[in-house]
Design a protein around this ligand. Structure first.
Ligand code: AMP
Ligand code: MG
Length: 491
């Protein structure tokens, strides 16, 4: 075996919590696995050199055909509210926590094999993942990271010759996911529901000891209150970042909400193309429960469920007090982010009105969200040719012209300079986001064993804030054929 893998410093602290928290489960081997894509940056996080991906072992280990020395794979148990309904036992039905690896900088990373085979929590599922959804998660989680949004990471995609049955026969694949922790709101809901209050406390202490070091010396109820409030704040900020970049998660169930405030479980997500307040990216979400403009409120609702699950650690007053910071944390972060997108450096009380007026215009005329802000970052204070380029995005530009005037006056009032503002705006308004059709192109090629488009998108989305040469027109709006694409929960 290659020395690279011997050096991975596993310490399986989650598995050490014992049987109540997870079940030891080995991955189920697959026939003839092969490497589809490898992420050097993520490998770096666990001190795995790029050369490791060339080793025969690499594919064997990350296909789950062999267990990496030192790893102790387990499936975690959790519950969750799915589309508003409580499901008392979910758990990792197709993900295996191989263990935690500590890097030389002292950071600990969960290695999770998604699609590694059946577990005690698979219910009727096959424990597998398909190439399509694996590519979507791989590209999007790394794109979100490059956009500065807290997220799980992805180390590699491994393809298999196993056929996986969904609505049709699909190519099987698996993803190696990384995060400091994979604990979800639903973990606490599980133990609370089953009245295992000791386990709630034990898991809370585990999470705090591992990931909230600033609370190490805080004791009693104050410890859990400060922790819960920090989760509320992180979740609010994550939601603000989603809204500002135009990201829709698609399945905001409490089992898909990370205790660390990370974006997790990329399924039928979508970025806003032609902007719509009520954008529903998930074809299976018939009632629009997780529509774009509902997301912030759903974040709060999910936190209430978590607060309830922590009710043996916290008084009702403490839960309420922590939950009450959500709205202000969300609004403050969101307005700050949008102000930056608009190139406004000084806060003014009228800013929320300016933002709302713009979003209403984008919604009314279905303007491409990413493109609009990117183009706006090249508009000068003095009216010029860029104005026209923007105005032609609107079927009728009267409303936009009015808005542009207000925006310019606002910039003049704070003595904005073109050069400085342009640079600031371009650094926060991406030229590229992962639109569905882009992932779709990569998927179609990958099904023919051509991974060049995955690689191209991977490079593009890793640096989303500058225009790339030969970008395959990915800096434009989605083509006509993309409007027929639908993504659903099936993955
Ligand atoms: P998701 O919608 O992917 O977040 O999954 C919801 C629940 O279903 C989780 O408990 C998953 O582990 C489980 N699950 C999803 N797909 C499969 C599958 N193919 N096999 C087994 N369990 C699955
Ligand atoms: Mg999930």
């Amino acid at each position: 075996m290659s020395a690279f893998f011997n050096r991975l410093a596993f310490d399986n602290r989650y598995a050490d919590l014992g049987y109540g928290f997870s079940t030891p489960t080995d991955p189920t081997p697959v026939p003839s696995p092969y490497r589809v894509h490898f992420n050097e940056q993520a490998a770096n996080l666990i001190d795995l050199p790029a050369g490791a991906a060339e080793e025969l072992d690499f594919v064997e280990f990350f296909a789950g055909n062999r267990v990496i020395p030192g790893a102790r794979p387990v499936a975690q148990v959790y519950a969750g509210h799915q589309f508003g309904h409580f499901v008392p036992e979910l758990g990792d039905g197709r993900a295996l926590l191989l263990g935690q690896v500590r890097n030389q900088a002292g950071e600990s990373w969960d290695l999770v094999l998604k699609g590694g085979g059946q577990t005690p929590y698979s219910r009727d599922g096959d424990g597998r993942a398909v190439l399509r959804s694996t590519i979507r998660e791989y590209l999007c989680s790394e794109a979100m990271h490059a956009l500065g949004i807290p997220t799980t990471r992805a180390l590699c995609i491994i393809g298999t010759d196993e056929e996986v049955y969904r609505e049709e026969i699909e190519t099987g694949a698996m993803l190696l996911r990384m995060a400091p922790s994979h604990v979800r709101f639903g973990h606490f809901e599980f133990f609370h529901h089953h009245r295992r209050h000791e386990a709630v406390k034990r898991l809370a202490d585990h999470v705090i000891d591992e990931h909230f070091l600033e609370l190490a010396t805080v004791t009693g109820e104050a410890r859990y209150r400060a922790w819960f409030e920090e989760i509320v704040r992180r979740t609010a900020r994550m939601l603000a970042q989603w809204q500002a970049v135009g990201f829709s998660h698609g399945v905001m169930n409490t089992d898909n909400f990370s205790i660390l405030g990370l974006t997790i479980d990329y399924g039928p997500y979508g970025f806003q193309d032609a902007y719509s307040h009520g954008f529903v990216c998930n074809h299976s979400d018939h009632w629009g429960r997780y529509a774009f403009d509902q997301q912030p409120a759903v974040g709060a609702w999910n936190l209430q469920r978590l607060g309830n699950a922590l009710s043996t650690l916290l008084s009702p007053e403490s839960v309420e007090a922590a939950l009450s910071v959500y709205e202000s944390e969300f609004v403050q972060t969101y307005v700050e982010l949008m102000r930056a997108k608009l190139g406004l450096l000084q806060p003014r009380p009228e800013d929320p009105r300016l933002i709302t007026a713009l979003l209403d215009l984008l919604d009314q005329y279905r303007i491409d969200y990413t493109l609009f802000f990117r183009r706006l970052s090249f508009v000068f204070l003095a009216p010029g040719s860029e104005d026209l380029r923007m105005a032609t995005m609107f079927a009728d530009s009267q409303g936009f012209d009015r808005w542009l005037k207000v925006w310019r006056n606002r910039l003049l009032a704070e003595g904005s300079s073109d050069a400085k503002r342009g640079a600031v705006m371009q650094a926060v308004n991406p030229a590229y986001v992962l639109r569905n059709y882009m992932a779709e192109k990569a998927i179609r090629k990958a099904k023919e064993k051509d991974y060049s488009e995955i690689d191209r998108l991977f490079r593009l989305l890793r640096e989303p804030f500058s225009e790339h040469d030969n970008d395959g027109d990915y800096g434009g709006s989605a083509p006509e054929w993309a409007s027929g694409l639908a993504v659903s929960c099936s993955s």
